[in-house]
Write a protein that binds this ligand. Structure first.
Ligand code: AMP
Length: 125
């Protein structure tokens, strides 16, 4: 069920629970600002989620409230994960769903990182 991106942060959301170690994840990267793990329902040969460590509902919330250090750390982590996975030369796709029209279901900012094959058109028509 898509969320309302203007809702307050919910500490019970799935990714908050993963960050607290209450739920497992298949971690591929972890640092001060970001955690990256495999999406549980992969939609490409490589489908990773990168999330900030802070309590941010969406890209909107993060871009408005996060510190410059948090933003830099998160953006660098996304790029680092893609490089570490060898995705730069063949190419990859980033996606951040925001709110209802974006189809966002988990109310903690996450960037999808897709790769491993040619990904075709940007949106289904
Ligand atoms: P979105 O629609 O952008 O909010 O995407 C949420 C993503 O989270 C979906 O691709 C789900 O497959 C993924 N997901 C949900 N629960 C988990 C989980 N426990 N571990 C990894 N990925 C998850």
């Amino acid at each position: 069920m898509p969320i309302d991106a203007t809702q307050p942060y919910d500490d019970g959301n799935i990714f908050a629970r993963i960050l607290r170690g209450e739920l497992p994840s298949t971690t591929v990267y972890d640092d001060e600002h970001a955690l990256a793990f495999h999406d549980i329902t992969a939609q490409a040969p490589v489908h990773i989620l990168v999330i900030p460590k802070g309590r941010y509902v969406s890209w909107d919330d993060f871009s408005a409230r996060a510190t410059t250090e948090e933003i830099a750390g998160f953006v660098r982590a996304v790029g680092r994960v893609a490089r570490d996975l060898g995705l730069v030369a063949p190419g990859y796709r980033l996606l951040a769903n925001v709110g209802s029209h974006g189809g966002q279901e988990v109310p903690h900012l996450h960037v999808h990182l897709f790769g491993g094959r040619s990904l075709g058109p940007m949106l289904a028509r």
